[in-house]
Design a protein around this ligand. Structure first.
Ligand code: DGT
Ligand code: CA
Ligand code: CA
Ligand code: ZN
Length: 578
């Protein structure tokens, strides 16, 4: 258990105590303790082992015991009992964006509300607006929050869906009764959030395959089970459907169940325009709806279906009715980038700010993974909650990076760490002066504390775009998928300014972000704006985000030429300098 996890639990205890209506000092004590833990400069494990918890600010006897128990056993009895003592409805109310523990306590005390449903009812009856300190505006906001939390709960992040789906896909493919098998639906199209997971398989023994599917590990319950279809609920609450078809039907079913619905409708219309009928069972020489195998236009694979309809193959990521028909008709679909084209990354964190690995560890592991470079862009000082660096620390970090690079070079490695910063965009300036930025190889500028005003946010970011030392803008909208809406910002104005100044825009591929959104990229690309696909890594494993990000970039019609971190080290360094 690392310090971030411990701090997270301490913070949660503070919130739970507040929900219980306990003395606010107690809550504050846990919040302070969480902050002290977060700011520790050594592993908490070591401190526990050496019995030095008492040296941490705000750690009394009782807290020392609890945290030692947590670090040593991975559990804390006090925390578990506290959680169990709070009505689950109150916990669910915490999921409503914009509703904190303090207000939940008031709502409970004044109106006896202990569940989201009761809260919704009370809002609709206007009772919440009548409470002191609430009013019409708060009431409307709460209702909106309830709606959003429901929407979020019914959707899943791409990353989580993939994690659940890929092992099952592998097992299905290995099953002797399965001829062909694929993921379909929004997951195959690499949508950033998906409703459910769709599998499609072809087989001569569908019942056997369905049975095998419903017995996969990680399945919580079987929702429905027929002879050619089944639906199950996976760990994490994601539903997964499997359909089994004949091998002859497979390409048609795959195209149909990959979607999108909008894309399918146009495919069908193209078929009709050619005197054909297209549905999930096949492509037929017919003017009416049919499944008659005698009229089937045989197609080995999806490619053949597209070809018969006068189109080059459209990769699943592009099947959104966003112009793919026009381009495929003319044979002008771009050659999309592959994730193996990525040579490194330009936005990452280390233990110098809020990352989990040291510079040395990062350099070794990223080189082993086959990358050519990895920029270290820790937070700047204004991001104090993330242990941001001031100028002195930034320079010391630069020295350490140079030493590591020298060692790597002596060993004959082609790999290099790049020294950079994720500099905060403040109200009226950047967090570092130009002369400091000038010393860095990579500068990512990000807005971490936005205002509520669109013009204001846009102005701040534009200032960063226009700064000649800024290479790229980080996570432009600040959205957190299924968690936080983007802050208001005029994306178009920023894209235009980036086209003008040659500033790059990041495609942050943390699966909660995927920011800038794929829907914006075709247009940005057409204006010549360059993309950088960045994992914003805080841990080793986050290097894997690059694969997800490349898929999202494909969805944005991007090619290797549009993405700067497909360049090899020397060429990239030249670009960074200019
Ligand atoms: P999701 O699951 O909400 O993230 O999105 P999808 O696209 O995976 O949708 P899903 O799972 O309901 O259905 C899978 C595919 O099946 C969908 O992309 C297109 C096809 N499909 C489903 N219903 C219809 C329909 O009513 N008309 C057409 N043309 N296609 C449909
Ligand atoms: Ca689906
Ligand atoms: Ca489905
Ligand atoms: Zn970052």
């Amino acid at each position: 258990m690392d310090k971030q996890e411990v701090a997270g639990i301490l913070l949660e205890i503070g919130i739970l105590l507040e929900l219980k209506g306990e003395n606010p000092f107690k809550t504050r004590a846990y919040q302070n303790a969480a902050r002290s833990v977060e700011n520790l400069s050594e592993p908490i494990q070591t401190i526990v082992e050496e019995g030095r918890l008492g040296e941490i600010k705000g750690f009394g006897e009782a807290l020392q015991q609890k945290v030692a128990e947590l670090v040593e056993t991975g559990r804390m009895k006090y925390y578990e009992e506290l959680k169990a003592s709070i009505p689950s409805g109150l916990m669910s109310m915490l999921e409503i964006p914009g509703l904190g523990p303090k207000r939940i306590v008031t709502l409970r005390k004044k109106l006896g509300i202990e569940s989201v449903e009761a809260l919704e009812q009370a809002c609709k009856e206007g009772k919440v607006a009548e409470l002191d300190g609430f009013g019409d505006k708060s009431q409307a906001k709460i209702l909106d929050g309830i709606e959003r939390s429901r929407l979020y709960a019914s959707k899943h992040l791409l990353s989580e869906a993939l994690l659940a789906a890929e092992p099952i896909l592998e097992n299905l493919r290995a099953h002797p009764g399965v001829l062909r098998c694929s993921i379909a639906g929004s997951l195959r199209r690499w949508k950033e959030v998906v409703g459910d997971v769709d599998f499609l398989a072809s087989s001569r023994t569908p019942v056997e395959v369905i049975d095998f599917f419903t017995r996969q590990p990680g399945i919580l319950s079987v929702i429905a089970k027929g002879e050619t279809k089944a639906s199950v609920l996976l760990d994490g609450g994601i539903q997964a459907d499997l359909r089994v078809v004949s091998d002859q039907e497979y390409p048609f079913a795959l195209a149909y169940f990959t979607g999108s619905k909008e894309h399918n409708i146009l495919m069908r219309q193209r078929a009709i325009a050619r005197g054909l009928r297209l549905n999930e069972y096949g492509l037929f020489e017919s003017k009416e709806e049919t499944r008659d195998p005698k009229r089937l236009v045989a197609c080995q694979d999806e490619e053949a279906i597209f070809a018969r309809l006068g189109l080059t193959y459209v990769p699943p990521e592009l099947r959104e009715d966003h112009g793919e028909f026009e381009a495929a008709e003319k044979g002008e679909l771009p050659r999309l980038l592959e994730w193996t084209d990525l040579k490194g990354s330009l936005h990452n964190h280390s233990t110098w700010s809020d990352g989990h690995q040291t510079l040395e560890e990062i350099a070794r592991s990223m080189q082993e993974l086959g990358f050519g470079y990895w920029a270290i862009t820790d937070h700047s000082k204004s991001s104090f909650q993330a242990n941001g660096l001031d100028v002195a620390r930034l320079r010391r970090q630069g020295v350490e990076i140079a030493e590591i690079n020298r060692r790597l070079q002596d060993e004959g490695c082609g790999f290099r760490l790049l020294a950079g910063s994720e500099v905060d965009i403040l109200k009226d300036r950047l967090d570092f002066d130009d002369d400091v930025l000038e010393e860095l190889e990579v500068v990512v500028a990000s807005l971490h504390v936005p205002s509520k005003n669109e013009a204001e946010n846009t102005k701040r970011i534009l200032r960063a775009v226009e700064n000649p030392h800024v290479h790229m803008i980080g996570h432009l909208t600040g959205r957190l998928l299924l968690g936080r809406e983007p802050y208001p910002v005029n994306q178009q104005a920023i894209i235009d300014a980036c086209a003008e100044t040659g500033t790059w825009i990041e495609l942050n591929c943390n699966p909660r972000r995927f920011d800038l959104d794929w829907r914006q990229w075709p247009q940005a690309r057409s204006k010549g704006v360059k993309c950088v696909i960045n994992p914003d890594a805080h841990r080793f494993e986050h290097a894997g985000f690059l694969r997800l990000g490349a898929g999202v970039a494909r969805k944005g019609w991007l090619t290797t030429r549009d993405v700067m971190n497909t360049l090899p080290l020397e060429t990239l360094v030249k670009q960074l300098r200019s």
